[in-house]
Write a protein that binds this ligand. Structure first.
Ligand code: GDP
Length: 364
């Protein structure tokens, strides 16, 4: 269901599919419905919901992801029709943030957002229980209308609020530590390059192109890296780390903004940012501005940046030329065809700090 044009809905669905893949899902199919308003009971209208049920059965899907925020009752209503788990856009994004959160603060911020998301959904469940109980007793509201789950839900809710208050205190206490860390920031012993940009811009395709996924190099310097960080080499043999960061999404729900920023904070520790832009997107310049604004928010605005203008194979050449002229450090590539990747490797090589001092230390 969409408020916008069909084209906007399809773009948004493409982004949702990319998000789902980031979260580790395989996307099997998609449908769009045009309606004035979502159905209050099942979100999709009943005919469309049945069509979706048939698609689920035919493809063997185990989850339906809805490109919107669902009311708790709509999620239940739709689950009853399609018979598999239904999650909404916010739930999916939270899942991805949880996978990406690394720092203590990032983890705390994401948990806080998850609990905030959960809280009203607990209430929804309680309401339905009490309504059922009321129906059975035919007593309407008041005595007899309270479901057996009511006290448990009250308890859960109280527990969640207590946990949220604790997380907020912890997060507030972490802020000064972060400032100190930033001030004392040392240069990384191995140069680190962060890939950032919108979801679907081609970040992971680029990560795969720039790293030798098949080659495992035993090297103590890289032994303790986590899975979103990989090692790569410049054409002249300088090793660096390359990390994929959590993707920007359009219309990020406001309750997720803080969690998003804290998950992205590793960017502020990088020596170089590859800012990947989808040149075939309808508004690449708007995306560049939005990404830069967040770089400023997380104090990463002074880190050297290469604009990697990706998907040149699918882009309007005029748009590519316009961006190339307006921005200072642009490399035009296609992660799909391989065009421009050599130039990008060269540019990375020129832009990362040379670890001469480290080599001096290592060579006996
Ligand atoms: P991420 O969400 O930023 O990690 O983006 P992905 O690497 O998952 O790519 C998103 C989609 O764009 C995938 O369907 C890719 O196949 C496609 N894609 C990536 N790079 C290119 C490119 O250079 N040209 C074209 N035409 N498609 C690309």
């Amino acid at each position: 269901w969409t408020e916008g044009t069909l084209e906007e809905a399809e773009n948004s669905l493409r982004e949702l599919a990319a998000l789902a893949e980031t979260a580790g899902s395989e996307v099997l199919d998609g449908i769009v419905q045009r309606r004035l308003k979502p159905d209050p009971a099942t979100f999709l209208g009943s005919g469309k919901a049945k069509e979706l049920r048939d698609i689920v059965a035919a493809t063997g899907a185990d989850t339906v992801i809805v490109d919107s925020e669902l009311a708790p009752s709509q999620r239940r209503g739709l689950e009853d029709v399609v018979k598999v788990k239904v999650i909404d856009r916010t739930g999916l994004i939270l899942d991805i943030f949880a996978q990406h959160a690394k720092s203590k603060e990032g983890k705390a911020q994401v948990e806080l957002a998850q609990l905030e998301y959960l809280l009203p959904r607990l209430r929804g469940w309680g309401e339905s229980l009490s309504r059922q109980a009321g129906g059975r007793a035919a007593a309407g509201e008041g005595i007899g209308s309270r479901g057996p789950g009511e006290t448990k839900i009250e308890l859960d809710r109280r527990r969640i609020r207590t946990r949220m208050a604790k997380l907020r205190r912890e997060i507030a206490a972490m802020k000064p530590a972060r400032e100190t860390k930033r001030l004392n920031r040392r240069r990384n012993s191995v140069p680190s390059v962060a890939i950032a940009g919108y979801t679907n811009a081609g970040k992971s395709s680029l990560l795969n192109r720039l790293t030798d996924a098949g080659v495992l190099v035993e090297n103590a310097l890289f032994a303790t890296l986590d899975p979103t960080v990989r090692r790569a080499q410049t054409p002249d043999g300088i090793g660096y780390t390359l990390s994929d960061t959590v993707g920007f999404v359009r219309s990020l729900p406001t309750q997720l903004v803080e969690a998003f920023r804290s998950t992205l904070e590793e960017v502020a520790d990088a020596d170089l940012i590859l800012h990947v832009v989808d040149a075939s997107h309808p508004d690449p310049e708007g995306q560049i501005r939005a990404v830069r604004q967040v770089f400023t928010d997380i104090d990463a605005q002074n880190i050297p940046e290469i604009i990697v203008l990706n998907k040149v194979d699918a882009a309007d050449p005029f748009v590519v030329e316009r961006i190339r002229q307006r921005e200072r450090n642009v490399v035009v590539v296609s992660a799909r065809t391989g065009e421009g990747l050599e130039a990008l490797r060269e540019r990375i090589s020129q832009s990362i700090p040379r670890p001469e001092t480290v080599l001096d230390l290592l060579v006996p």
